[in-house]
Design a protein around this ligand. Structure first.
Ligand SMILES: [Ca+2]
Ligand SMILES: [Ca+2]
Ligand SMILES: [Ca+2]
Ligand SMILES: [Ca+2]
Length: 308
């Protein structure tokens, strides 16, 4: 797999002037699948619209080692305690990034005392630095600044979404650092053109079950607290490298979380975009979508490397 990733990246980057900045793991490039415009996934919690994505190239999972527990410190990745896989994708016409995550958890914890706040429950966190600028999204020094100044800094160059489901008193969709902003009231997402989130859960709180998450993200160049008019959006293109990451805190039977399963496997990916994964945006696979306009030789490249 390492050979495949490296070779495919080298091939696809030929002729591009992309500059690779700091990222985790060093030297590793991941890939975002491109859905054709007529097949972008519905953000409804039903993950079947992702079945067409080749897992051997695009899946990031506990089982392939790209998601790992990073806080407990015992290198414990007991799949009977927590197991997860995710896929990242995009579409050029909609100019949006899509991601899904699928979780199996032996103890579903959804009982935080204050439902208007994030943390203290099972979650999934998606992080995107779409213009690959890197840098701090959260810095302790900023907390000393007046609010009107720190709002110009916290999570403006990269955004983190934290999802707690099922909703409690209607609260489930949060974004750091303040928990809510013009994109989310915590209970509703008023701008579905910019962000949509779908979810599903099987099982009941206190027992085993599964979570499914889907998110559609806008590739902000700079997100502004004052709203979309003050924010700017990146134009995603084939070959662009974006920064992505995810975290998920697994709360089971104790009051604090019992593990944070993170991609890339470094916990501060939530606050520092330099620690995110480099992910290259691939063209539509013409072989997989014969009715779509064949845009590139991606299918030929894939076949060549998968048959080696
Ligand atoms: Ca779906
Ligand atoms: Ca668990
Ligand atoms: Ca950025
Ligand atoms: Ca749990």
């Amino acid at each position: 797999m390492r050979f495949l990733r490296t070779s495919l990246a080298a091939l696809l980057i030929v002729g591009s002037s992309s500059t690779l900045f700091a990222h985790e793991p060093p030297g590793e490039v991941f890939f975002a699948f491109q859905f054709p415009a007529n097949a972008v996934p519905a953000m409804d919690g039903d993950l079947s619209d992702w079945n067409m994505v080749p897992a051997d190239i695009f899946e990031v999972s506990m089982e392939n080692g790209w998601i790992q527990e990073t806080v407990r410190g015992d290198a414990g990745n007991d799949l009977s305690d927590f197991n997860a896989r995710q896929i990242w994708a995009w579409n050029e016409e909609t100019n949006r990034v899509y991601a899904m995550a699928s979780v199996v958890d032996q103890y579903l914890h959804n009982s935080r005392e204050d439902p208007t706040l994030y943390n203290w429950d099972d979650d999934w966190e998606f992080v995107l630095d779409a213009d690959h600028s890197g840098g701090d999204m959260y810095n302790n020094d900023w907390t000393a600044l007046p609010q009107e100044e720190n709002r110009e800094l916290f999570f403006t160059t990269g955004r983190l979404w934290e999802i707690h489901v099922p909703p409690i008193d209607g609260y489930w969709a949060f974004t750091l650092i303040e928990g809510t902003d013009w994109l989310t009231t915590g209970q509703e997402l008023p701008f579905p053109e910019y962000v949509e989130i779908g979810w599903a859960r099987t099982g009941a709180t206190g027992g085993p079950g599964t979570y499914a998450y889907e998110i559609k993200l806008t590739p902000w160049e700079r997100w502004d607290f004052d709203g979309p008019g003050q924010s700017t959006i990146v134009d995603l293109e084939v070959g662009s490298i974006i920064h992505v990451g995810s975290l998920t805190k697994d709360y089971d039977e104790s009051e604090s979380y019992e593990g944070s399963y993170d991609f890339p496997p470094v916990h501060n990916v939530w606050r520092n975009a330099n620690l995110m994964a480099d992910m290259e945006l691939l063209p539509v696979d013409g072989a997989a979508f014969p009715t779509a306009v064949a845009q590139d030789s991606w299918g030929r490249i894939k076949t060549h490397f998968l048959t080696k």
